[in-house]
Ligand binder design. Structure first.
Ligand SMILES: *Cc1c(COP(=O)(O)O)cnc(C)c1O
Length: 428
């Protein structure tokens, strides 16, 4: 069977297959540039592992208290070297990205302090951590106040407003690299660096934390290379490389990371405690694979943007814009569109492809959310996945694909479902 026949057997109409091939044909140069970035980051990670002297002994784990866990300690060194920071926490005890961010915030803020977000409203789940939406145990309940500087109309940082919002009370500045569930652009590391310089020009001592979710390895530098004191993310996104079954990381200055460690476990114990269990091999191997897996996801996002834009849908980033994370937002304009798209992604998955996703009230989110994920790790969004809150303008956020061909199949399937529902214009 040739490719065309195989796609047909997998449920993709011939005209859609040809459409996809013609789009892909135009993307060769861009894919080549992405491969170069992956190559750079791959060598960076291998070099960090070599410099740290990662050995076979690092791949076994500990249980219980996890005292003197060699593999865990070396892995944290590998992350710190890769991100060019003094220290890092990389743990299966960190349940997800939100948890990592919450630990970093709670560890570095005290009653009476003010948290300042300079990239507008933070990611949905963080709103409850901060107390923007009242929530039990939030920072707000502990007397940490919150202030926000919105982005300008064009989605850029408002430098003047940032400088005016910084006071003696400001104790931590937060920047979100990726757009999350919003319609803005994601920030390049260089743009983040500019914002950090702006903050430090007012108060050089002020700590800046970057929510780095979905951004790792998309560029050759990370926010910690341009002055961020803390970078935080999830291991079931880019840096876990699809192999980490859980976890989060916090990398940064020794003091800021230590502060976070006392919230990760508790005061007095910090990072000394917390076993790696049986996670070391998947954490190391996942981090090793992460640059290439991230590249596959970026290629998938570019393929999606080029297909859907050609079909008349607004895409962010659009078909030609540079990439600063792995997310593609596609404005489908209706709840039916969002659902059909997600159904298609689900049908293209290796696991649970027969399941039909439906919108539900997810914890931490304000609107019903539909999620498509036929993943090896539940909820892993470095794997082929799509989600969208059921609210205008009915954006779907597509991301992941451990391999480019799997991402491509997912996108073709999404168009197939849209076509079946009468939601696509004619391809000819
Ligand atoms: C995914 C994400 C988070 C939260 O991570 P979870 O692992 O889902 O808790 C936070 N911020 C941004 C920008 C994200 O994309």
């Amino acid at each position: 069977m040739n490719n065309k026949a195989l796609y047909k057997a997998a449920g993709i109409d011939e005209d859609l297959y040809s459409f996809g091939e013609s789009i892909e044909e135009t993307l060769k140069d861009r894919f080549e540039a992405i491969d170069k970035t992956a190559e750079y980051n791959q060598i960076k990670v291998i070099h960090a592992m070599q410099e740290c002297g990662v050995s076979e002994a690092c791949l076994t784990g500990t249980t219980g208290y996890g005292y003197n866990d060699l593999g865990r300690d070396k892995l944290e060194e590998v992350y710190a070297r890769t991100f060019h920071t003094e220290a890092a926490l990389v743990r299966p005890l960190i349940a997800c990205g939100t948890h990592a961010l919450a630990i970093a915030l709670m560890g570095n803020l005290r009653p009476g302090d003010e948290l300042l977000s300079i990239s507008g409203l933070p990611y949905d789940t963080l709103q409850e951590v901060i107390g923007i939406r009242p929530s039990r145990g939030s920072l707000m309940e502990y007397g940490v106040t919150y202030r926000q500087v919105d982005l300008k109309e064009d989605g850029s940082f408002d430098f003047e407003a940032i400088q005016n919002a910084i006071t003696d009370k400001t104790a931590l500045v937060e920047i979100q690299r990726s757009k999350g569930y919003s319609s803005r652009r994601s920030f390049s590391v260089e743009q983040i660096g500019e914002a950090i310089r702006c903050v430090k020009s007012v108060r050089p001592d002020l700590r800046v934390m970057v929510d780095n979710c979905y951004g790792e390895f998309v560029e050759e530098i990370e926010p910690s290379d341009v002055g961020a004191d803390l970078v935080v993310g999830s291991l079931i996104k880019n840096p876990g490389g699809g192999l980490a079954p859980i976890g989060g990381y916090i990398a940064g200055t020794k003091e800021a990371v230590d502060n976070a460690s006392y919230r990760m476990t508790c005061p007095g114990l910090g990072a000394e405690i917390g076993p790696s269990l049986n996670m070391n091999t998947s954490f190391y191997e996942g981090f090793f694979l992460a640059p290439v897996v991230t590249a596959a996801a970026v290629k998938g996002a570019i393929f999606a943007a080029n297909c859907y834009e050609r079909l008349g849908f607004e895409c962010l980033p659009n078909s030609t814009e540079p990439r600063y994370d792995i997310i593609e937002a596609i404005t489908l304009g209706s709840a039916e569109g969002v659902c059909a798209f997600c159904e298609g992604i689900q049908k293209g998955a290796p696991v649970d492809s027969f399941v039909r996703p439906e919108p539900w009230d997810m914890p931490g989110y304000d609107d019903p959310v539909i999620m498509a994920a036929g993943a090896f790790v539940e909820g892993s969004s470095i794997e082929l996945s799509a989600d969208g809150p059921i609210r205008p303008p009915y954006n779907v956020y597509f991301q992941g694909g451990l391999t480019y061909p799997s991402a491509k199949l997912g996108i073709l399937m999404s168009m197939q479902r849209m076509k079946e529902e009468g939601l696509l214009p004619s391809l000819s």
